[in-house]
Design a protein. Structure first.
Length: 367
């Protein structure tokens, strides 16, 4: 399903002019606070009116100012999950889940209700009141309420911002399942690099109310110039598969287009897909096969590009079609005589990470 957004708005000294197209899965609106992310969400949902705009979701036009068309909120079939769950405190979880369906006019579907509550792990909470839920549980109920209204699109406005790290770790696997299993496209607002790297298929970077860049997550997030909030966290995303388990050594062997990686033990079964995030700051570059190193991960490739990033240089390395990024000082790049096409070896410095914060399925680990 394709999402087309082209909107403009000027309010109280802030100017927004944003246009992007995205496919299915999860599209992340990423950028600094004040860049216009939440305003775009409000415009798609119909909670705000643009000066000019066109919004089309799955071939259905929600807004076309040139034609004088503006569907009201209740006819857009857009589900919204806010930072705070906004559950009705006097209703049980079961009745909160049915509240969105009531206003959308969608009929109760027992099979769908069971599927959604099962996917979100909230079936055992149905008779409880919101006051007795944890922050992560409340957000899962809010997601379920939005899904049961049968939306054509789900908007999530920094749904983890109000949660502590433990609650974030609790809810992230459910958002991954939502992305992969629910069949509803998601537009997800965040300014957290790790969140976006783990969840997004497509990333739209906003700066000062404009689109700075848009494209596949793996292409956008390895560019330091597009990660201004946490520049050092720019890095590559590698889609890999669990190839082998070495239980005595506590290691898991992953394979992918880039080659093989050894990481601390992961619980996934053999053949499971894994998305691996490799921050550019954690990659060393060698022009000869490294010897005598403690690092276990060495990937061969060729320099694809060099881009200045302040006093540093971002080096993109093509490893058999999979792209890695390394952040070097300019002096190091010159000393190694790096240039496009030169064969190099990418040495990943660290395999230390906390596996408790990640769930099963297509997920991200940081090495």
């Amino acid at each position: 399903m394709t999402i087309e957004v082209d909107v403009a708005l000027r309010r109280s000294g802030f100017s927004l002019d944003v246009a992007f197209t995205a496919g299915g899965g999860l599209t992340a609106l990423f950028g600094r606070s004040g860049s216009g992310k939440t305003t775009v969400i409000d415009l798609i949902a119909g909670l705000a009116r643009p000066d000019r705009g066109r919004i089309v979701v799955g071939g259905e036009t929600l807004l076309d100012s040139a034609r004088g068309l503006r569907l009201p909120v209740h006819r857009r079939r857009v589900g919204v999950v806010f930072q705070d769950a906004r559950l009705l405190p006097h209703l049980s979880v079961r009745r909160n889940l049915g509240y969105g369906r009531y206003f959308s006019g969608a009929r109760h579907d027992a099979a769908e209700f069971e599927a959604v509550t099962g996917m979100l792990g909230i079936g055992h909470l149905l008779e409880r009141q919101p006051a007795g839920l944890s922050g992560g549980e409340r957000q899962r109920v809010a997601i379920g309420r939005a899904l049961l209204a049968k939306p054509r699109l789900l908007l999530m406005d920094e749904p983890l911002a109000a949660l502590d790290e433990a609650r974030k770790a609790e809810i992230l696997p459910y958002i991954e399942r939502l992305r992969d299993e629910a069949g509803v496209p998601i537009v997800y607002v965040s300014h957290a690099v790790a969140e976006v790297a783990r969840l997004a298929n497509t990333v739209v970077v906003l700066e000062h109310g404009r689109v700075a860049a848009a494209g596949p997550a793996e292409a956008i997030l390895r560019r330091a110039d597009l990660v201004p909030v946490h520049e050092a966290e720019a890095g590559a995303l590698l889609e890999m598969t669990v190839e082998a388990q070495d239980a005595p050594a506590g290691l898991t062997r992953l394979s992918g287009r880039a080659g093989h990686l050894l990481v601390p033990h992961l619980p996934q079964a053999l053949g499971s897909p894994v998305r691996v995030r490799v921050p550019a700051r954690d990659v060393l570059v060698a022009t000869q096969v490294p010897v005598g190193l403690s690092a276990r991960n060495v990937l061969s490739g060729r320099v694809a590009s060099l881009t200045p990033a302040g006093a540093a240089v971002m080096v993109e390395i093509d490893c058999n079609g999979a792209m890695l990024a390394a952040r070097l000082t300019g002096a190091s790049a010159r000393a190694l005589a790096l240039a496009p096409g030169r064969p190099v070896y990418a040495v990943i410095k660290s395999v230390a990470f906390d596996p408790a914060g990640f769930g099963a399925g297509r997920r991200a680990i940081e090495i």
